[in-house]
Design a protein around this ligand. Structure first.
Ligand code: ADP
Ligand code: F6P
Length: 455
């Protein structure tokens, strides 16, 4: 029987009740729960040896097969090339990219180790579904191991335009490695187009329908926007309705309006610009002073990468400056928290708010935008203020208030509009967005991708 083997760098925490911030884990876990299968990835441990054997644990119908990394792997493959070069470049922050040939070598080596493991694990009829930028060379390494299974790749983050991609010295190798997959999927049509543009301009690729021919390789390409299970999220959002934490949040608000934002603490998420926009709102629309609170939940991420330490300092300084300027004895305008919350609690915070503020400078999709809408009460829904540079904008632009995160005043105006929006308009937008979320839910994402990989 054909099994599904999912491979990603990060896997869901096996311990019950532990939550991880990150769209890949949230999406893949929900998708795999229904189908069952094997999930192969890094255990999160960095005290391994290259020869350390994998550990397999079965939870529900998923076999989690994980290996540790060595400190050296972690430095070169994860911190160095994946998060020091691919992440910033794919998010258009080439100023933060720090290429180093040794890191690239380490990146390829870890991919080869995953491939060697797959060679011992996979049966010929198994389908392999590889996720995200850490594992671009995995299909190539698998082919070198003699595996000729169907292998699909899904990129959770944006794919940059060719001129940006070319700043990575190994750009050609990376795209040729992607061509070793049978199916390469992206979040949006724009990302797919950027990949095809590179292949046609720099590799003499030819696109016919959704089949891209590059040299001898014929691969399928397409966009598969990741979704959520909107009704499950709604149920979750009601589960914590009586929790102490939600009560504490509401008590602190003292009937003020709530704007909520939830992101990993990442420079791609536009956090400083968002705080500045809130400051600008208080400056230019004095009627909101003392009447609204911004709650920003931002668990630290990748703190050993320099760009992340820097954004953390900048954000702390922005929060201090803005709160110093506006705080009154009975009102703190920005509540900024560096921690994770259990999923149902997070969704109940969304449900209790009037505005969801999701303003990344660039984002592959942004599941928070979708979770925010699904958590809303149908009879009194909150409003989503969304960046036009989030992948989610392609589906949600007709129901959200769209803003350009590079324009502080426009974001402040968007917030003002959201805070003042009459109930009828809010309901109309919410109903439209719920239709969009249901039509393109997480099962459809998985089924379309796997269906296309199969054919
Ligand atoms: P990314 O993958 O870049 O982190 P997404 O918005 O696509 O961004 O996905 C983030 C996921 O992580 C969402 O499902 C969100 O609910 C979850 N998440 C983000 N922050 C927290 C947090 N503080 N606590 C728990 N879950 C979080
Ligand atoms: O969804 C984007 C993503 O980069 C995933 O690949 C990753 O698992 C997640 O964000 C969180 O980042 P990290 O795994 O580096 O903690």
């Amino acid at each position: 029987m054909s099994r599904l083997i999912v491979v990603s760098n990060r896997v869901a925490p096996i311990t019950e009740g532990k939550s991880t911030a990150g769209g890949l884990v949230v999406g893949v876990l929900d998708a795999l729960r229904e189908t069952g299968g094997i999930w192969l990835g890094w255990s999160g441990d960095i005290s391994g040896e290259p020869s350390t054997a994998p550990v397999t644990e079965t939870v529900d119908n998923i076999d989690f097969c994980t290996i540790p990394l060595t400190q050296r792997d972690y430095d070169r493959y994860y911190r160095g090339f994946s998060n020091g070069v691919l992440w910033p470049t794919f998010h258009y922050r080439i100023d933060l990219s720090q290429y180093n040939g040794e890191d690239y070598k380490g990146y390829v080596e870890v991919n080869q180790r995953f491939a060697a493991l797959l060679a011992t694990l996979a049966q010929p009829t198994d389908r392999l579904w590889v996720h995200d930028y850490h594992l671009i060379p995995l299909a190539q390494a698998c082919r070198e191991q003699g595996l000729d299974n169907r292998i699909g790749f899904f990129l959770h983050i944006p794919f940059p335009s060719p001129s940006v991609l070319r700043t990575i010295p190994r750009h050609r190798e990376l795209v040729l490695a992607l061509c070793q997959y049978d199916l390469v999927g992206f979040q949006t049509q724009g990302d797919t187009q950027a990949f095809v543009d590179y292949a046609t301009r720099h590799l003499d690729g030819v696109l016919e329908g959704d089949i891209l021919q590059v040299g001898e390789r014929r691969i399928r390409v397409g966009s598969y926007p990741i979704g959520i299970h909107p009704d499950q999220v709604k149920t979750l959002s009601k589960q914590s309705a009586r929790s102490k934490q939600l009560d504490a949040l509401k008590a602190g608000l003292q009937h003020r309006k709530l704007i909520v934002s939830v992101d990993r603490l990442d420079y791609s998420k536009g956090l400083v610009q968002r705080f500045d926009a809130f400051d600008c709102l208080l400056e230019t629309a004095p009627q909101h002073r003392g009447k609204v609170t911004l709650v920003q939940i931002a668990p630290p991420s990748r703190q050993d990468v320099q760009g992340y330490r820097q954004i953390r300092r900048q954000l702390e300084s922005a929060a201090g400056r803005i709160n110093g300027k506006w705080t009154e004895l009975s009102w703190t305008p920005i509540r900024y928290m560096n921690r994770s919350y259990e999923r149902s609690l997070l969704m109940s915070f969304f449900r209790a708010s009037q505005v969801g503020l999701v303003t990344p400078m660039r984002d592959g999709m942004n599941l928070v935008a979708k979770e925010y809408i699904a958590s809303q009460p149908a009879d009194d829904p909150g409003v989503l203020v969304l960046s036009e540079f989030a992948g989610a904008a392609a589906e949600m632009q007709d129901g959200a208030i769209m803003v350009n995160p590079f324009d502080t005043k426009a974001m402040a105006d968007g917030l003002d509009l959201a805070l003042r929006m009459p109930l009828q308009q809010r309901k109309k937008r919410y109903e439209h967005l719920m239709e969009v979320l249901r039509a393109n839910d997480l099962s459809r994402w998985r089924d379309r991708f796997l269906g296309d990989l199969e054919s």
